[in-house]
Design a protein. Sequence first.
Lengths: 225, 225
Amino acid sequence: MPRRPTHAERTRADILEVAVRLAAQEGLEGLSVGRLAEAVGMSKAGVFAHFGSKESLQLATVEAAFLQFREEVVLPALAVQAPLDRMRELMDRYFAYLARRLDTGGCFFTAASLEFDDRPGPVQEKIRQLLQARNMLIWTELQQAQEAGTIRGDVEQLAFEVISLGTGTAVQLQLTRDRALLERARAAFVDRLERSLVSAATETARPETPAAQRRRGGRARAARG
Amino acid sequence: MPRRPTHAERTRADILEVAVRLAAQEGLEGLSVGRLAEAVGMSKAGVFAHFGSKESLQLATVEAAFLQFREEVVLPALAVQAPLDRMRELMDRYFAYLARRLDTGGCFFTAASLEFDDRPGPVQEKIRQLLQARNMLIWTELQQAQEAGTIRGDVEQLAFEVISLGTGTAVQLQLTRDRALLERARAAFVDRLERSLVSAATETARPETPAAQRRRGGRARAARG
DNA sequence: CCTACCGATCGGTAGG
DNA sequence: CCTACCGATCGGTAGG
């Protein structure tokens, strides 16, 4: 049973909402306590009192961005029953997230990831942890789809390609602001997934080169199993 | 005939070499004149005298990073004769560039692109221009490969996917420092290219779904032509 | 949650 | 290319 939030907690949540937006645009390091305070209509010390240090503010901002992403993208997708449809929903919702955030800094985690890849510390660790969790989620989804007999091949390779597509799209989209890229990304995802489908009639009919079979991991796994 | 560089020109080049490294790690905005001066062993005003403003320094740093990239990646690849082999060489050299820069900030342009996507101005324009030139280069390469009869399908879609793969790999690689991602990226590229090949015996033998044909642009182009 | 302040560093300039 | 300086802003603190 969720406790009724105190006044301080609500203020903190308000600050973080603005912080997520500012950090997405100016970066987690570029986000200064002074400008955050001004944007939220408080004194600098007032904002500071809620976090104690800039690093704590950064950590709280990353967490807030994650909770928001979880609510908008992950949880709704997890409600879908069939494993592969869940993966499709996840991707659809990620692309919708990118579209919504076109004017508010783009994908928070892609930006944070690149900003902190050379700044060791708790913030980097937190970002690394969240992106690792994302990798695990996608890997698990595809693994389950494979166990359900829906897809075949090297699921880790497929996971890598799906993540690259999402991340690469996020980067290109943000600089060009060209929404057509989202359609290309969707097409690329559907196309790539189709190539791993077991059910598609054309797929089973297709002969395969030994090289492609090896890349897919089909032969290797059969040898191991 | 290249003029012998003046002392000032050589100093400027030395400063920019350090600037490219610092900017790749701390960002173009995080790069401060003071720390740059310290890193290069000069006074702050001494460094400043070469550029006049931070913005000019940033522009010069982007240009220096571009010239370096051009030398290491683009020009050697352009020496290759066959259009599609040129594209393969370009990709190979980009992945090698990523591997070399694992400990010096990763892909300069991916980082710069994400850092400046919300900072309008001359620096953003410069970055946008360079990445647009990259898009055009890849598009042209694939277009030529298609005209040579080597590949078929929607070259713009293929170009988008190739760029996404490269950019997405750059982002993931830099946070995880997992070199195995480079192998996955290479495999993904080869695999994707193979699907667009005209020559592969297995390709021509494969039946194709109408949906896939539409996505490829095969039908549409035939209708137009 | 505020006012008032700290030392450090920022981009930039004067003058040589 | 240097020393010496400018106002502004940074993260952070004292005291209430």
